[in-house]
Design a protein around this ligand. Structure first.
Ligand code: HEC
Length: 172
């Protein structure tokens, strides 16, 4: 009787252990592994689509699979000249995953690219972003090239200019 009881206890214990193991994911599949899904999440949260995906803001956040991160034909003009959000598929295709991580950590760019925000990306974010960008498909064509301040762009652009303050406005 004593044997039967301890055998039963052991069976219950091992069943409980098995159930516990079954719900704990293996580390490789855990939440910390880089993934295309996390890259998509990061790209949305960090606002990459806002500028690098044409039509994204106008469609209230619908990601057009054909346009996703292929850059924008509409530039931003300011004292720095006129910049066009680059085609990130072409950019990402130039690097393997390790090189991409290094490149993004060293990236400096002209306005309004918020390159300084990349400092908040950890390694998983950067690896995931690379996987996400590569998953988007054919790189397509480059965005219009940078135009220096003293030259006229041939592609459309939005002007970033300081507001004219009332005190400096000429009197009527
Ligand atoms: C406010 C608009 C804006 C946002 C938001 C933005 N970018 Fe940019 N990005 C630009 C512009 C404009 C350029 C081109 C700058 C230039 O010509 O120097 C650029 C350039 C880049 C480049 C350099 C490409 C090259 O060919 O050298 C990379 C990489 C990049 N962006 C990645 C990102 C990522 C990743 C995000 C999201 C974290 C992001 N950008 C968010 C506007 C933006």
């Amino acid at each position: 009787m004593r044997h039967a009881r301890s055998a039963l206890a052991a069976a219950v214990l091992s069943a409980a252990t098995f159930a516990f193991l079954a719900v704990v994911p293996a580390p490789a599949e855990g939440v910390d592994a880089p993934s295309v899904e996390w890259g998509r999440h990061v790209a949305i949260m960090a606002g990459c689509h806002d500028c690098h995906t044409a039509g994204y803001a106008e469609s209230e956040g619908r990601i057009d699979p054909a346009a996703a991160l292929t850059g924008s034909p509409v530039g931003f003009q300011g004292p720095w000249g006129t910049t066009y959000p680059s085609n990130l598929r072409l950019f990402a295709a130039e690097y393997d995953e390790d090189q991409f991580v290094d490149r993004m950590r060293q990236l400096r760019s002209r306005p309004p690219m918020p390159w300084f925000n990349l400092a908040a990306f950890d390694e998983r974010d950067l690896r995931s972003l690379h996987r996400y960008i590569l998953s988007l498909g054919e790189p397509g064509r480059p965005a219009p090239a940078y135009v220096p301040p003293n030259e006229d762009p041939t592609s459309p652009y939005v002007v970033f200019a300081p507001p004219i303050m009332p005190a400096s406005r000429p009197a009527n």
